[in-house]
Design a protein around this ligand. Sequence first.
Ligand code: UTP
Length: 289
Amino acid sequence: MTHKPIRKAVFPVAGLGTRFLPATKAIPKEMLPVVDRPLIQYAVDEAREAEIEQMIFVTGRGKSAIEDHFDIAYELERTMTDRGKDISVLEPTRLGPGNCAYVRQQEPMGLGHAIWCARDIVGDEPFAIFLPDEFMHGSPGCMAQMVAEYEKTGGNLLSVLEVPREQVSSYGVIDPGAAQGKLTEVKGLVEKPKVEAAPSNLIISGRYILQPEVMRVLEHQGKGAGGEIQLTDAMAQMIGKQPFHAVTFDGARYDCGSKTGYIEANLAVALSRPDMADEVRAIAQRLVG
Ligand code: UTP
């Protein structure tokens, strides 16, 4: 059976990033760099690798740096070219008008609400969601791995990973059913459960492929955990009506919404880069003694 291809991706980037203040007072959290690329660029590159064509950003006030980042920087390019400098590093940052769209979430009412703001541009087709502060490091990328599974199963997919049980209450958690290879059936979802009540230690990790019906569910979704409109609650309502699976990502995930996760991501990427790995390893060894 062939399933409708995933052509569109939604990047919710309208959150306040309060855990990273004061760094995120004037700069969006999604523009924080891991080594030399902003988080949002890694997410867009991951989408492109998965052959997604249209990037939809759900932005808010103070997020114009993201729009500038994906625009053409004429002056910069001109000056660099005049001085004989290589501008190829800027190539992945140019998203043409046919490849990107911006919608505004006027108030940060939660991830579910942010996704719903993109409903008109998503239209009636399955789409991907990327939370850019969840940095997925691996090859092939997380979304490419998910799309490969989607081509077999269709329906809805989310990426999961195992965490120590005492950490589950910070995340969305799945109630797992039968597992086969990378795929696990999803029987239920809970957002930020108490440790005792959590159905597993498999947490949702920032990448989704969803059917457009989720927009209709979100339309009527009330506030959930933290007084926010939760995507997890809307997805939970689709279980049983449509196929729903979790994909275990073969790679590493760093929570760049938290300071220590962000430091870890920088170190991991630096240590994986041939241009700096040796130097950074020596620095790290010296610092930890
Ligand atoms: P987070 O809860 O991690 O981001 O949302 P936050 O609210 O910006 O961060 P803190 O907790 O205050 O530090 C995950 C993603 O969803 C987006 C965020 O921008 C982030 O990329 N988001 C969240 C929205 O777009 N709108 C919202 O109302 C909430």
